[in-house]
Design a binder for this molecule. Structure first.
Ligand SMILES: Nc1ncnc2c1ncn2[C@@H]1O[C@H](COP(=O)(O)OP(=O)(O)OP(=O)(O)O)[C@@H](O)[C@H]1O
Ligand SMILES: [Mg+2]
Length: 497
């Protein structure tokens, strides 16, 4: 796919092409492959780096270590093969001569079929050069490319023939699928590790690749795999939201795709703390039997995982490579620029802009489940149609909902609800959120354990009575959120606003 795209760029005579990718080696291979398709198998690719100068294969065309001279030398070469310039983004800041040279090159190159490629992990171009560059994001390797990488790993083994014979298509496919989300080098390492760890061909090879991937995703510092038990659906109340999710239960199946039904983009759930926002996102993944990836916005902004925009771009790439999946973003408003920061063009607003553009344009079946507490700071662009499919507001549970929540959490802990006056307990939980109801049950169970007796209604009612619900201290705040949500969001519960 991406080779075809690069090939098309070459044919269309794009002269300056900026490829966003962390995978220099792989992108070099992709450009070479595209060049071979356009100019024939015997074509080559020019490469410039500040250490090796301008080279073509083993031949040094010009030893210059200066990118401006390198571009000049490339303009002089006779053939039309493309040029890859390495680390150009590190030279470009305030480099007037280089910026001028690039502009001139764009003009000269347009008359030929020559093209310059830049491979950078992030978009770091002076604004004035945007218009002369073709900018492409290189996606992580897809199944066919990963399949070839697996084949390379097998071929390099002394027992290659034996492995090929023993490896069933099913295990092979699962290994490739497990490696989705890896860069080419990471996949190579993971496949090698799997064969070394297992020592023999067996289905556990897939588990090794999966474990490698989880470790790697975690190391990235921004994304994390969350293991939710599949098929569970333990949510009390929230009828509208549950129905919405259930109606889309088959949306990620191949059948839906065949019928031309696009997978839903995502939902934004906002509202009162402890009412089940996060719970619903987790439940969606488990109900749909999709992997759940959690994205930590705080980690993106704190810079520990690299420059914020780069971290966001990489997270999106990983999520897309793992699709179909659910991407859970808790407290999406955390770090969102306030108006002043926005005016200053802070990285927060750029990260958000990147995310929103992706939401708008994404075609990969990545379902975004975002939650927000501080609704007032949410910028209007996040709420605009076309980003999220639906905005849900979650308020305090109604009487009926509290009964459902009590039932769920008591049954989950093997408490026989028929022995309790549930109406009385529901009354004791007036203005409670789901988390507080659960907490009350847990506290009462500890009490029973300490007293070495069975949990009694009295103990439970007592524990519940001792909880001061958040809503009492935060009544004004809750009313404010509700008023804000009234015209903007759909209520997650069946009850009216
Ligand atoms: N409607 C509900 N049904 C069943 N359990 C619930 C419900 N609401 C909350 N809970 C319980 O409370 C816990 C906390 O809820 P959750 O983490 O989803 O709240 P939240 O809305 O995301 O809160 P916060 O804004 O603080 O992140 C859940 O794990 C669940 O056990
Ligand atoms: Mg939460």
């Amino acid at each position: 796919m991406i080779v075809k795209k690069i090939q098309n760029l070459l044919v269309a005579r794009a002269s300056l092409i900026y490829l966003i990718s962390e995978e220099e080696e792989r992108v070099e291979r992709l450009v070479s492959a595209a060049s071979a398709k356009v100019f024939g198998e015997n074509s080559g690719v020019y490469v410039w780096s500040c250490l090796s100068g301008l080279t073509k294969g083993k031949e040094v065309v010009d030893p210059t270590t200066d990118p401006v001279s390198a571009l000049e030398a490339y303009l002089r070469v006779k053939d039309q093969f493309p040029l890859i310039l390495k680390d150009l983004h590190l030279f470009i800041d305030n480099n007037v001569a280089l910026i001028r040279q690039l502009k001139d090159c764009a003009r000269h190159l347009r008359r030929s079929r020559k093209a310059c490629f830049f491979i950078c992990p992030d978009l770091r171009l002076p604004r004035e050069l945007y218009s002369i560059f073709k900018i492409e994001d290189v996606p992580l390797p897809r199944a066919d490319e990963l399949g070839r990488i697996l084949e390379t790993v097998i071929s390099a083994r002394q027992d290659a023939d034996l492995v090929r014979k023993a490896l069933t298509n099913d295990v092979k496919e699962k290994m490739v699928r497990a490696a989705m989300g890896f860069t080419a080098n990471e996949a190579l390492d993971a496949f090698r590790t799997a064969f070394i760890t297992e020592g023999a061909v067996n289905p556990r090879l897939v588990d090794v690749v999966l474990a490698e991937k989880e470790a790697l995703v975690r190391k990235g510092g921004v994304l994390e795999f969350v293991h939710a038990p599949t098929g569970t659906w333990e949510i009390g109340g929230l009828f509208n939201l549950k129905k919405w999710l259930k109606d889309r239960g088959r949306a990620f199946s191949p059948d839906a795709a065949k019928q031309g039904l696009a997978a839903p983009k995502g939902i934004l759930v906002m509202g009162v703390s402890g009412c089940g926002k996060s719970l619903c996102v987790k439940a969606a993944a488990s109900y749909w039997k999709l992997p759940l990836l959690r994205l930590d916005m705080g980690r993106i902004y704190d810079g520990l995982a690299g420059p914020p925009e780069e971290a966001m771009r990489n997270s999106i790439k990983t999520a897309e490579a793992l699709a179909p999946c659910v991407l859970w973003i808790d407290e999406i408003e955390a770090g969102i620029a306030n108006q002043q920061q926005k005016a200053a063009g802070g990285s927060e607003s750029r990260v958000l802009a990147l995310f929103l553009t992706w939401m708008q344009e994404k075609t990969a079946p990545v379902f975004v489940g975002a939650t927000a507490n501080e609704v007032e700071v949410l910028p209007p662009e996040i709420l605009r149609k076309g980003r999220f499919d639906e905005l849900f507001y979650m308020g305090l549970p109604s009487k009926e909902e509290r009964l459902e929540i009590l039932n769920i959490h008591m049954r989950k802990r093997n408490i026989d609800v028929s022995k309790f006056d549930m109406a009385y307990l529901v009354d004791s939980t007036e203005a409670f959120n789901g988390a507080e109801i659960e907490q009350g049950i847990i506290t009462a169970m500890y009490e029973a354990m300490a007293q070495k007796t069975e949990l009694s209604e009295h103990m439970l009612a007592n524990a519940l009575r001792n909880i001061v619900p958040l809503s009492r201290t935060m009544r004004e705040r809750i009313e404010k959120i509700e008023a804000w949500a009234r015209d903007r969001a759909m209520k997650a519960s069946r009850s009216a606003f």
